[in-house]
Design a protein around this ligand. Structure first.
Ligand SMILES: C[S@@+](CC[C@H](N)C(=O)[O-])C[C@H]1O[C@@H](n2cnc3c(N)ncnc32)[C@H](O)[C@@H]1O
Length: 195
């Protein structure tokens, strides 16, 4: 695990769009993506900014994160079930949830292991997997500076790479554009698992 997540958890929880609040696109799109899902695993939930939003949509939600300190912050605002755990080996049975969701480029924290993480999300889901990742012109591992001294490493994807890799994994998916920043944007992968 990158130690940085524990180190910045407290500050992270105070920053808008990192620690609390949702982007306009999230508020609009997530309820639609999750329409037929009652039970949800928020994998890499961070400080838990999506958890109460899902509960208000009448979902049963569990948040899991590898960082103990992130979970401690999430606990301050969410009264439901939280766990400390790794996306790469989730402590749940096959098809335990209707949907696994992995937002804010948490999948990018797995760096080159992201496909193993995606396979775990698929394993524990019955209906859908929804992933939100950071997209750039080219795919790469990037240093994201939290402040002058602290950084974390994340994978960012090109749109071409997403299409190519998800097709290679023989997944049925669609891509939706999420929030846009100056130099990059987020996209959602909505992976349909039903036959
Ligand atoms: C950029 S934050 C996103 C948090 C949240 N999903 C959001 O949208 O605000 C990435 C989170 O992924 C967590 N994370 C990193 N590697 C992980 C892993 N292998 N398993 C579970 N969580 C992980 C970090 O601890 C951090 O809380």
């Amino acid at each position: 695990m990158q130690k940085i997540w524990d180190e910045i958890a407290k500050e992270y929880s105070k920053r808008k769009f990192f620690g609390f609040d949702l982007f306009k696109e999230e508020k609009e799109k997530l309820p639609i993506f999750l329409e037929n899902c009652k039970t949800i695993l928020d994998a890499g939930c961070g400080t838990g900014r999506h958890l109460n939003f899902f509960e208000k949509l009448d979902k049963k939600v569990v948040g899991i994160d590898i960082s103990k300190k992130m979970i401690k912050e999430a606990r301050k605002k969410f009264r439901g079930y939280l766990a400390i755990g790794n996306i790469l080996s989730l402590p749940f049975k096959d098809k335990a949830f209707d949907c696994a969701i992995c937002l804010g480029n948490s999948l990018g924290s797995l760096l080159e292991n992201w496909k193993d993480g995606l396979k775990e999300l698929i394993r524990i889901s019955k209906k859908k997997v929804i992933v939100e990742v950071r997209v750039s012109k080219e795919s790469k591992i990037e240093k994201r500076f939290w402040n002058k001294k602290k950084f974390y490493l994340v994978k960012v994807w090109s749109l071409e790479e997403i299409e190519k890799e998800l097709k290679k994994m023989k997944l049925r998916f669609k891509i939706e554009i999420g929030h846009k920043f100056k130099n990059y944007f987020f996209v959602y992968w909505i992976i349909d698992l039903k036959n």
